[in-house]
Design a protein around this ligand. Structure first.
Ligand SMILES: Nc1ncnc2c1ncn2[C@@H]1O[C@H](COP(=O)(O)OP(=O)(O)OP(=O)(O)O)[C@@H](O)[C@H]1O
Length: 238
């Protein structure tokens, strides 16, 4: 991913309060085409709110949001219909849009191939692991062809192997030219998946540090992230 890649998401100085309490207090983030961007912060710091603002589901009180292309948000809950096989869950949005069943299944198989869940397509959500169900929830949005995919805590509640496998799948999604912005509350994990990590503070929430990890080998990323964070803390302490 060269520096020349186009910026497709730019949220600038975003503010948001709920019931008089300031949650986001001037948060700026951007993402380029084909990048994975991680947004990490403590519970309740406004990560979901920021994603909802980028997705256009919520209006900021102040600030600008620029989005180039189609953006889709995958909610924290999988929201799969338990009485439908994975292939039909994933195809749902395509069928609603009038795509023929044959064409829809071609698209489902291709996306499922990228996510590594082809062998589970004929199973029901209750018959697959949490990791496979999460991939199916992501696939359901991917088949709709977004340019930008927002993932709200995609790794939450998964075991170590499922997290590793989903992390690799997310990297493949970005390598296919899509931009992925994911929210997580675990720094190590986000650093292994993301090209750039935004670390948010507690509310009123600001960006505490932005760490570029593109050129850092995966095994050294958590250490590089902690090093950047301690540098930022030393700078703040003056
Ligand atoms: N629609 C809303 N109305 C009122 N308060 C809200 C609304 N949406 C979010 N909040 C509040 O804003 C704060 C930030 O919520 P948000 O879900 O964005 O945080 P988060 O960082 O995603 O948290 P978590 O890690 O727990 O998912 C919380 O205190 C939440 O209660």
């Amino acid at each position: 991913m060269g520096d020349a890649a186009e910026t497709v998401v730019e949220a600038t100085d975003v503010w948001k309060s709920f019931n008089g309490i300031t949650v986001l207090a001037g948060v700026s983030v951007y993402a380029r085409r084909g990048e994975v961007v991680g947004i990490v912060g403590p519970n309740g710091c406004g990560k979901t709110t920021l994603l909802r603002i980028i997705a256009g589901l919520e209006k900021p009180d102040r600030g600008r949001v620029f989005v180039k292309g189609r953006v889709l948000l995958v909610f924290q809950e999988n929201l799969l219909l338990p009485w439908r096989r994975l292939r039909d869950n994933i195809a749902l949005g395509l069928l609603y849009r009038g795509v023929s069943r044959r064409k829809a299944m071609e698209i489902v198989e291709s996306v499922a191939g990228m996510l590594g869940i082809v062998e589970h397509l004929d199973k029901y959500p209750g018959e697959v692991s949490g990791g496979t169900a999460r991939k199916a929830a992501i696939a359901r949005m991917l088949v709709l062809g977004p340019d930008i995919l927002l993932l709200d805590e995609p790794l939450a509640g998964l075991d170590v192997e499922s997290r590793r496998s989903l992390g690799e799948a997310i990297r493949r999604i970005a390598a296919s030219g899509k931009t992925v912005i994911l929210v997580d509350h675990n720094l190590d994990e986000a650093s292994r998946i993301a090209d750039r990590v935004y670390v948010l503070t507690n509310p009123p929430t600001r960006v505490e540090a932005v760490v570029d990890l593109r050129d850092v080998p995966p095994g050294e990323r958590p250490a590089a992230l902690y090093e950047a964070l301690s540098r930022a803390a030393r700078r703040r302490e003056g």
